[in-house]
Ligand binder design. Structure first.
Ligand SMILES: N[C@@H](CCC(=O)N[C@@H](CS)C(=O)NCC(=O)O)C(=O)O
Length: 217
């Protein structure tokens, strides 16, 4: 049976799974979910949280658990997730990235074709509760860009050429979080980071907005 992935196009945790599927060359069915859909997701897993993978005999919604199940030949070094020190490093980095990057990207993600006016309003209302009005996020972009610049320098210093020398699950976790920044107006990654992200993209046969190109008008 072909596995079915329910996902949001912009979501870094969903991108993780899409990257792993591409790297592992697992055939999959893409099911993009409108952001304001609640009932269907709650029926599937008990909560509104994506990604959700339907394996046929199991439906689950934790990105790393999904990847672990897909990576039968352990090409991604999933045992690294038991290394507490390394996990702490990557989690701290992802938290720092998310803090600034999501404040920068959210006001723009909602204008991609993934959203319509209803799901856009739903997303904005929900996210503004935590981060404040999107117009203020845009107004204060320099503050977030400055914070992100420091974190990205830290990421660069880590890469040799991958997060822990060999390509691993950590690179998928990192690249999927950084990827969204490609849509931020006038932003450019450093050459080193851009080359790294493009390398991960190639390895993972990953196309960020592939589903959106295929959307019917
Ligand atoms: N621990 C989960 C986190 C997934 C997650 O946070 N997904 C977000 C989207 S980026 C979500 O569905 N949040 C509920 C919402 O936004 O309504 C995983 O790794 O899969």
């Amino acid at each position: 049976m072909t596995v079915k992935l329910y996902h949001y196009e912009h979501c870094p945790f969903c991108v993780r799974v899409r990257m792993a599927l591409g790297l592992l060359k697992v055939p999959w069915k893409s099911l993009m979910v409108p952001y304001d859909e609640e009932d269907f997701l709650i029926k599937l897993t008990g909560k509104k949280m994506l990604p959700i993978m339907d394996f046929g005999d199991l439906v689950t919604n934790e990105s790393l658990e999904i990847i672990e199940r897909l990576d039968i030949d352990n090409l991604l070094g999933m045992e690294l997730l038991k290394d507490t020190a390394q996990c702490q490093k990557i989690d701290t980095l992802l938290d720092k990235i998310g803090k600034d990057l999501h404040s920068l990207c959210m006001p723009y993600w909602i204008y991609t074709k993934e959203f319509n006016s209803t799901s856009r309003n739903y997303f904005q209302k929900k996210k503004e509760k935590k981060r404040g009005p999107f117009r203020d996020l845009i107004k204060n972009k320099d503050k977030y860009l400055k914070g992100l610049e420091v974190t990205l320098k830290e990421v660069e210093d880590h890469l040799d050429p991958y997060f822990i020398s060999d390509f691993s699950i950590f690179d998928i976790m990192l690249a999927s979080h950084l990827w969204g920044m490609y849509i931020f107006p006038e932003f450019q990654f450093s050459k080193k980071l851009h080359n790294y992200l493009q390398d991960v993209k190639e390895k993972c046969n990953f196309e960020y907005h592939e589903d959106l190109w295929n959307l019917k008008k």
